[in-house]
Design a protein around this ligand. Structure first.
Ligand code: PSV
Ligand code: MN
Ligand code: MN
Length: 388
């Protein structure tokens, strides 16, 4: 089975936002390995992200993380991005690296911690106004480690009040997306642990508040595509943080650990109206590249999403629906699996060339000499890292 023209046409608009922090160094709590050529400034991260877009045509925007990407002049940073062929995207807040947030931020019991966290988000909104960003993404490390440590119910009320103040400051064309995560860094309870909590909190805010689904933030075995289907039904799936995991929040290359799961997720996204022009669902990566080079790691990631989207778009939906209505269990499963086993790579390579892109983006990047150039140029200064 090959990829038909309708599928290729549907792929033309695909856009996957890259996280600035994927280009910095990161690691486990045991060791952070440095990589030659790692960016030292937000500008260098953006320049690297632009390489991914240049060779794939898939990554037109870069998400920033504040304060990791703090600069004096955001309008100038945006001009810099545009000069490099990309634009600035989602603004990610950070309320997890300051001593004041030891016992929480937006959900904290301490009023001063909450005030500081709310003010940080108001500053992020001001930055969004300068960068032209649509989305403010909130991930909270808030939670507790021991039963009885704090009042888990009161913290939900605190969170609701904090989010309401932030939401009131979001512009008409801006959105708030609230990410959930079942554990870590807190181990007993997390204040936004699951899609239900995120949904309840954003539903109370209003139309421009949505849920962000990070694929690595669920308990093992969770049926993520069901959550996707449900959130799309409810009109509340705002964005994805794509990555893959073998164990917990591994932040590995999307599609690396479980390609079939990525296929199932994308199938539900497409089926639920979450893909294509006008869709409210933003595709983002949230990954770290600890042992592999970062730019090729991001190139592999966006290509994985593109290849799996091609397969998901190839499902014979009419035949599938007929088989489902006939309760033909095996045929229905076979139809879905036929699409999953379709290998779109040769068709995509040929199609890329018709669009002025290299047939093999990874090969073209590796041959470009950029990696060697940044390794030679970027000496001195401090390499950016997750948290720097
Ligand atoms: C922490 O789990 C995390 O990986 C969240 O997924 C955020 O999206 C990301 O960090 C950046 O803040
Ligand atoms: Mn995330
Ligand atoms: Mn995460």
């Amino acid at each position: 089975m090959s990829i038909d023209a309708t599928t290729l046409a549907a792929l033309a608009d695909q856009a996957i936002e890259l996280p600035s922090w994927a280009f910095g160094n990161s690691g486990t709590r045991f060791k952070v390995f440095g990589t030659p050529g790692t960016p030292r400034t937000p500008e260098e991260k953006i320049a690297d992200a632009a390489q991914v877009h240049k060779y794939t045509g898939l990554a037109p925007t870069v998400a920033l993380h504040i304060p990791w990407d703090k600069v004096d002049d955001y309008a100038a940073l945006r001009r810099f991005a545009r000069d490099h062929g990309v634009d600035l995207g989602t603004i990610n807040s950070n309320t997890f690296q300051d001593d004041d947030y030891k016992f929480g931020s937006l959900a904290a019991t301490s009023e001063s911690a909450r005030r500081k966290a709310i003010d940080h988000h108001l500053e992020c909104i001001e930055i969004m106004n300068e960068t032209g960003s649509r989305d403010l993404k909130i991930w909270l490390a808030d939670g507790t480690n021991y039963p009885g440590q704090d009042d888990i119910r009161r913290r939900q009320d605190n969170l609701a009040a904090s989010l309401a103040e932030i939401y009131a400051n979001i512009g008409d064309d801006q959105r708030l997306v609230l990410e959930y995560k079942f554990f870590e860094p807190a181990f007993y309870h997390t204040d936004v642990p699951d899609w239900g909590t995120s949904y309840v909190q954003v539903a109370a805010l209003g139309e421009r508040a949505m849920v962000c689904l990070d694929t690595g933030h669920h308990a093992p075995g969770t049926n993520i595509e069901f959550i996707v289907a449900q959130l799309l039904r409810l009109g509340k799936l705002g964005s994805f943080d794509f990555n893959s995991r073998f164990y917990a929040d591994d932040d590995l290359i999307v599609g690396a650990a479980d390609p079939f799961q990525l296929f199932r997720i994308l199938y539900e996204v497409i089926r639920g109206g979450g893909y294509g022009p006008g869709s409210p669902v933003a595709f983002m990566l949230d990954q770290c590249h600890n042992v592999e080079d970062k730019i090729p790691g991001q190139i592999r990631s966006v290509l994985n999403v593109q290849e799996m989207t091609a397969r998901a778009l190839s499902v014979d939906t009419a035949a599938l629906e007929a088989a489902q209505r006939d309760h033909d269990v095996l045929l229905a499963n076979e139809i879905l699996m036929d699409a999953f086993y379709t290998d779109p790579r040769a068709d995509l390579a040929a199609w890329r060339e018709t669009r002025g892109l290299p047939a093999n983006p990874m090969k073209a990047y590796l041959a470009s000499g950029y990696q060697q150039q940044i390794a030679a140029d970027r000496v001195g200064g401090t390499q950016a890292g997750w948290g720097a």
